[in-house]
Design a protein around this ligand. Structure first.
Ligand SMILES: Cc1cc2nc3c(=O)[nH]c(=O)nc-3n(C[C@H](O)[C@H](O)[C@H](O)COP(=O)(O)O)c2cc1C
Ligand SMILES: C=C(O[C@@H]1CC(C(=O)O)=C[C@@H](OP(=O)(O)O)[C@H]1O)C(=O)O
Length: 372
């Protein structure tokens, strides 16, 4: 399975194409739209999300609610196109003060633009709306294998969660956070940052349950599942780090305590899951546990030092509008890019032109593992 996206933030809309999904997968458009809504939400989003109402238009590949085996293509309209329509292809939207932390300056240097409009349009995380739509289709595919993916906000600014609750209620919380006490403090922090014109980062955690062992591969570096997952998460704008299992804190633990001892008791068991469910680039049958670091977004009302690319004068960045924090939204994006990678790994291993073929191969593999 492979996929591609296209589209700019203030142009007509976003396009996505998925090739290689088996036929017969039931796809509910409402489920995709709900996931899109979650990505738009989360406390700390800005004005743009108040008027965008992302909904997917399925252009091809699905008939009477089921995949046909042909490429699935999707369209999400940018409502902001209505505001920009007369301007997008005309002069007047130039941006000459590259924002530190955004793609502006390296993009201008690379593509020979004196104005960063052509850079920021595609560098914008608007693109992640399409990846969420594709990820939602992949989640619906993964349901056939009972594989579930959960994401939550683990920290925001300097506030970390201490307690975890029930994932079923996660989207009832304004910050997609499992610790109500921590969440209240995070909301205060966001309000203060917003009033100051500043922005905030944080971390999100994603857990994938019910995975069979053996997804991914050790025989070739490109097929290691940890590298694929980390690569796809790092490709989300503003993600600056990914860890698996105990991750960076594992450097403080001796090997005798780090590694997850194995025992057999009516099946293969582990005493703990420091590896985060992946050994040698393959799932080992435990939950996969990942965390991602989201940096504070670069567009700040309080402005940052830069220079004007036309006049070469040092100055401050221009400001129109922006989010204050995107950590909750990023948790939804991470969940969905992870769904895409897991769907790819399932199809690499179990293939099939029809979902029943894929399920048959999957079931016979599980039987072999059970009899090991
Ligand atoms: C959902 C989401 C919304 C974002 N919103 C903004 C925003 O309003 N303003 C901004 O400057 N950056 C925003 N970003 C981050 C930028 O897109 C990102 O920092 C930029 O593309 C540079 O990429 P990098 O941070 O990966 O280096 C957002 C990121 C995500 C995931
Ligand atoms: C449009 C989305 O996020 C945008 C991502 C983004 C950026 O620079 O990444 C900048 C902002 O765009 P605008 O300047 O038009 O308000 C965000 O709103 C979205 O998430 O759908």
């Amino acid at each position: 399975m492979r996929y591609m996206t296209a589209g700019e933030s203030h142009n007509k809309g976003l396009i996505g194409v998925i090739e290689g999904l088996p036929a017969g997968i039931e796809i509910d458009e409402k489920v995709i739209n709900n996931e899109l809504k979650l990505r738009q939400g989360g406390y700390g989003r800005g004005k743009r999300m108040e008027f965008e109402q992302d909904t997917v238009d399925i252009i091809s590949g699905i008939r009477m609610g089921k995949t046909m085996g042909s490429p699935v293509s999707l369209y999400i309209r940018n409502k902001d196109w209505d505001n920009y329509e007369h301007k997008f292809h005309k002069e007047g939207l130039e941006y000459y003060t590259p924002r530190p932390g955004h793609a502006d300056l390296p993009g201008m240097l690379k593509y020979k633009f004196s104005d960063s409009r052509n850079v920021l349009e595609r560098a914008s995380a608007r693109e992640t709306a399409m990846r969420v739509a594709i990820g939602s289709i992949c989640q619906q595919f993964l349901n056939y294998f009972k594989i579930k993916i959960y994401s939550h906000v683990k920290s925001l600014g300097a506030i970390s969660i201490r307690e975890t609750g029930d994932f079923e209620d996660i989207y009832k919380s304004p910050l997609y956070c499992l610790d109500k006490g921590a969440e209240e403090k995070m909301i205060e922090l966001i309000d203060t940052a917003k009033a100051k014109g500043d922005s905030l980062g944080g971390t999100v955690e994603t857990i994938i349950t019910n995975l069979p062992p053996g997804l991914g591969d050790y025989t070739h570096y490109e097929n290691r599942l940890d590298s694929r997952l980390a690569g796809s998460i790092m490709s989300i704008p503003s993600v600056k780090g990914v860890e698996i299992g105990v991750g960076f804190s594992g450097s403080h633990i001796p090997g005798s305590l780090y590694h997850d001892c194995i025992f057999y008791n009516e099946g293969i068991k582990r005493v703990q899951n420091n590896a985060g469910g992946i050994e040698g680039g393959m799932t080992n049958g435990e939950h996969v546990v990942l965390r991602a670091v989201i940096k504070p977004i670069p567009t700040l009302k309080m402005s940052l030092g830069t220079f004007n690319t036309l006049t070469k004068e040092n100055c401050k960045t221009d400001y129109q509008r922006s989010d204050t924090t995107v950590v909750p939204a990023a948790s939804v994006v991470v969940k969905n890019v992870v769904a895409i990678e897991i769907a790819k790994a399932i199809l690499d291993k179990f293939a099939g032109d029809h979902i029943d073929d894929t399920l048959n191969t999957f079931t016979s593999y599980l039987k072999r593992i059970e009899e090991f």
